[in-house]
Design a protein around this ligand. Structure first.
Ligand code: ADP
Ligand code: MG
Length: 319
């Protein structure tokens, strides 16, 4: 049986070239780039709540970091360092090897160094803290939306939520579609490059983790504005595109969660700049509506009629 220290040394100790001091001392030492603000976010993934206890550890390692990177993307920040705190029911080395592979493959792609953490025995629980930087005063906030801004969404929506419903047996999918949805659920791609480039053109941003309606709702609340969203403009994942009228599919698009796309607002005269930035970042973006002075979120159908918003975003305490 390996000790906690052996496990840390074998699976979580790597060179941290962008840190003054990484894993192995009582604390890490980091030297933020002069002229930047530190941007910090934590996300906890709990077995039985956010994933199944027997979930494949390789994608789990990816996702534990990806959901944190997504938060930095929404701030327009450059990720640099991470800490990883694990509660593990047992020291399963096969599990740890696969988990750390998923974690470090993504970390390496964005030059993120793992600089510390904690490892303890307990019910399976994964907590990543991500640290990044943004030039002073340039981070994108939820509170920056202005009346008449366009409302934009990156990538496409709904597939991860449909994947969850497929796993729960709520919907049948053919093998190919099921695989596409599982892929989105387990391997979210944080929109770091897009978020970094948007910090110069967008007014406000959030990442879509709880569903578009809930997360856009946070921008509206923080900015003291409202919005009109055109349902037909929402970018549905190809598996959902032909069935958007179906109530379950609609729920996945609007309130599904786990999309990890960016929702952002920008002045109406910046459409071309945004499309250019998105192209440079290699991500599609769709303008789905506009910010209004009238508070609240209105969802419009193809004829401009207001649709009933029965769906609310996934709320961990509402069930
Ligand atoms: P302490 O008892 O001082 O808290 P620990 O024994 O918990 O120290 O950790 C030893 C070193 O290993 C520290 O640098 C800590 O940040 C790091 N560490 C512990 N667990 C992890 C982990 N899961 N991933 C990365 N670093 C870790
Ligand atoms: Mg400790």
């Amino acid at each position: 049986m390996s000790s906690e220290f052996d496990l840390i040394a074998r699976f979580f100790t790597r060179p941290a070239p962008n840190a003054v001091l990484g894993v192995g001392d009582d604390a890490a030492l980091l030297a933020p780039t002069p002229g930047t603000e530190l941007v910090i976010s934590s996300d906890m993934l709990v077995a039985g709540r956010h994933f199944l206890a027997d979930a494949d550890p390789y994608p789990l390692g990816h996702k534990a970091l990806a959901v944190n990177l997504s938060d930095l993307a929404a701030m327009g920040a450059v990720p640099r360092w991470a800490t990883l705190s694990l509660a593990l029911p047992e020291a399963d080395e096969t599990w740890l090897a696969a988990f750390s592979r998923g974690f470090f493959e993504l970390a390496d792609r964005y030059n993120v160094s793992l600089v510390g953490g904690d490892t303890t025995r307990g019910p399976l629980n994964l907590c990543v803290t991500i640290l990044g930087e943004a030039p002073v005063g340039r981070a994108l906030r939820r509170s920056g939306a202005k009346v008449d801004d366009g409302v934009w969404v990156s990538g496409d929506l709904g597939a991860a939520a449909l994947g969850v419903r497929y796993l729960n047996g709520q919907i049948m999918l053919d093998t190919a579609d099921a695989a596409l949805c599982q892929d989105r659920l387990h391997w979210p791609e944080p929109r770091i490059v897009l978020g970094n480039m948007l910090s110069c053109v967008a007014h406000a941003a959030i990442d879509i983790s709880d569903g578009l309606l809930a997360d856009l709702g946070h921008i509206l609340e923080c900015s003291g504005v409202g919005a009109e969203i055109e349902f037909d403009r929402l970018p549905a994942h190809p598996v959902l595109a032909a069935k958007r009228a179906d109530p379950l599919i609609r729920r996945c698009l609007l309130a599904g969660g786990d999309d990890y796309e960016l929702c952002f607002t920008a002045p109406p005269d910046r459409d071309r700049a945004i499309l250019a930035v998105a192209q440079a970042a290699g991500v599609s973006v769709s303008r789905v509506g506009r910010i209004t002075a009238e508070p609240g979120l209105r969802l419009l159908d193809g004829e401009g009629r207001e649709m009933d918003i029965g769906e609310k975003g996934f709320d961990h305490f509402a069930e």
